[in-house]
Structure formats: structure tokens, C-alpha cells
Write a protein that binds this ligand. Structure first.
Ligand code: SF4
Length: 271
């Protein structure tokens, strides 16, 4: 059962170190999607929760109001929703904090970037299309929905995400697919990547981004425990690739670049 707590925040617009982004807005602490590879789970230590990541959410109930005040004071800049939570996790259906924050941002026409794994974003297409500058990134790391259900248990199924990307692109919103993390032995096969990339390009994304696995915050232990239970035959290879580190990811870059050379679509690596 997910423990939900309503909390107040003092600030909603935080400075952000991501290239090209000035601020982040995280209307929730914690994330119900509970992705096995999530490194944002370090937020748990700051939240005072004892529940495991995915089992608690702090709802920053006053975030839209606080944001509204900050938008009058702070210089204009690009805002990302979100960096350490998913702004369209299931609770957003009830609380509509992301929608309320978007309304405030739209009032000031701050440029926005939205990053999610949920088709719930389609609910807000009426707002997103009215920004002078808005882009939406959808994380899709595999087109195997069985694998997805293990790795990202409460995020939208793959077909829903692809459909959402198509509908956003059809409405003229800049979209990109975030293929990250590429996890050793789980979604790094050349044919798997080729098939996924083709499907992403087919839905009309403007560009693709690729990222490696962040191995901190117990991510490797969780993934190896998962492999031991579900895919024990992959465990040895997974650990070997993890140990190869940069060398392994150089090979991944080459693999992805080779596939992307078949298309005239921009792409970038985050590593
Ligand atoms: S959707 Fe993002 S923030 Fe939420 S659990 Fe997954 S990786 Fe973490």
C-alpha cells in the first residue's frame, strides 16, 4: 500500500544543473512508478520515510501557489517537470498538481520541458500546445511490455506511451524519446535496440536521447537481485558488463550510432 502524505513546501522552483534547463519543479516527493533502476530513491533519506521507494508519496499540496509567487520574482528560464519524481504518476490524476503548475507556468509563458513515463500527460495537451516553447520527453527503454512490467511496474504500458508520443507530435509539440537507462544484458541487444528505435521514429519523435545506467544508490544490487530471481542465466553477463563500465558503454555508443545512421533523425548521448 502506498503511504500518501500531504506536505507544504517553501519553494517550488529549484535551480537545475541539467544543460539547457534553468529550473526544476517536482510537485511530489517519491514516485509511485517504483522503477527498479531509479536512482532518485536517494530522496527517501531526505523525506524521513521508512517505506521503500515507490511505497510513499509526499504531495506538495501548496506547490502551485508557491510557484505562482516565485514566477513573479525569478528571471525567465526553462523549467523541467520533473527531475526526481514523475509529474504524471498515478496520484496526479487525483491531485492535479502538475496541471496546476503548468497553468502557472503558462501564465508567465516560461519555456517548459516535461519528462514522464505516463500517458496521463495527454490530459494536459490543451495547456502544452499553448506554450511558446514546450517539449515532452517520454522514457521508453524497451518495447517488450513483459520486461517493462518488471522494470517499471506502475508506469504506462509501452503501447500507451508510444501512442501518447504520436498524439503529442501530431499536435505540433516537440517530442523526444529518452532511451535510458540502457541496462547491461536487459535492453542492450542490437536487434532489440534496432526494433525499439524504429518504433520510436515511426511515432514521429523529433529526436532521441540515450543514457547509461546510474550504478549508484544500490541500483546494481537491486538489478542483480532481480536477475537472480527472474533471469538467472543473465546475471553473470550483467555483472561482467557492469565491471567493464566505460568500455562497455563505448561499445553501446557504437552500436546505437550504427543503428541511428540508418535514419535521418537527430540523437544524443547523455554519457
Ligand atoms: S518514473 Fe522516474 S522518478 Fe519515478 S520511479 Fe521511475 S525512474 Fe524514478
Amino acid at each position: 500500500m502506498v503511504v500518501v502524505r500531504e506536505v507544504s513546501c517553501k519553494s517550488a522552483l529549484s535551480r537545475c544543473g541539467i544543460e539547457g534547463i534553468d529550473y526544476s519543479v517536482n510537485p511530489y516527493i517519491g514516485c509511485e512508478h517504483g522503477c527498479i533502476y531509479c536512482y532518485a530513491r536517494y530522496m527517501r533519506y531526505y523525506s524521513g520515510h521508512r517505506e521503500t521507494w515507490g511505497d510513499f508519496i509526499d504531495v506538495k499540496i501548496n506547490a502551485p501557489l508557491v510557484l505562482s509567487r516565485e514566477l513573479y520574482r525569478k528571471p525567465r528560464g526553462r523549467v523541467i517537470l520533473s527531475t526526481v519524481t514523475d509529474p504524471y504518476q498515478p496520484l496526479e490524476r487525483r491531485y492535479q498538481l502538475t496541471r496546476s503548475c503548468l497553468k502557472r507556468l503558462l501564465h508567465h509563458d516560461f519555456p517548459v520541458s516535461v519528462m514522464t513515463k505516463s500517458s496521463l500527460i495527454l490530459r494536459d495537451i490543451d495547456l502544452l500546445t499553448r506554450f511558446t516553447s514546450c517539449e515532452v520527453g517520454m522514457t521508453v527503454i524497451t518495447d517488450d511490455d513483459g520486461l517493462r512490467s518488471f522494470l517499471e511496474p506502475k508506469a504506462s504500458p509501452i503501447d500507451e506511451r508510444l501512442d501518447a508520443l504520436r498524439r503529442l507530435a501530431d499536435r505540433g509539440i516537440v517530442t523526444y524519446a529518452f532511451v535510458g537507462p540502457i541496462i547491461p544484458s536487459l535492453n542492450d541487444g542490437e536487434e532489440d535496440l534496432r526494433r525499439l528505435i524504429r518504433r520510436l521514429i515511426d511515432v514521429g519523435v523529433d529526436y532521441l536521447m540515450f543514457d547509461r545506467l546510474n550504478t549508484r544508490y544500490g541500483v546494481v544490487d537491486r538489478l542483480s537481485g532481480f536477475l537472480k530471481r527472474r533471469f538467472p542465466h543473465l546475471l553473470k553477463e550483467f555483472m561482467k558488463k557492469i565491471k567493464l563500465g566505460d568500455y562497455y558503454y563505448r561499445k553501446i555508443k557504437y552500436r546505437v550510432s550504427k543503428i541511428m545512421a540508418e535514419y535521418d533523425v537527430p540523437y544524443e548521448f547523455c554519457f
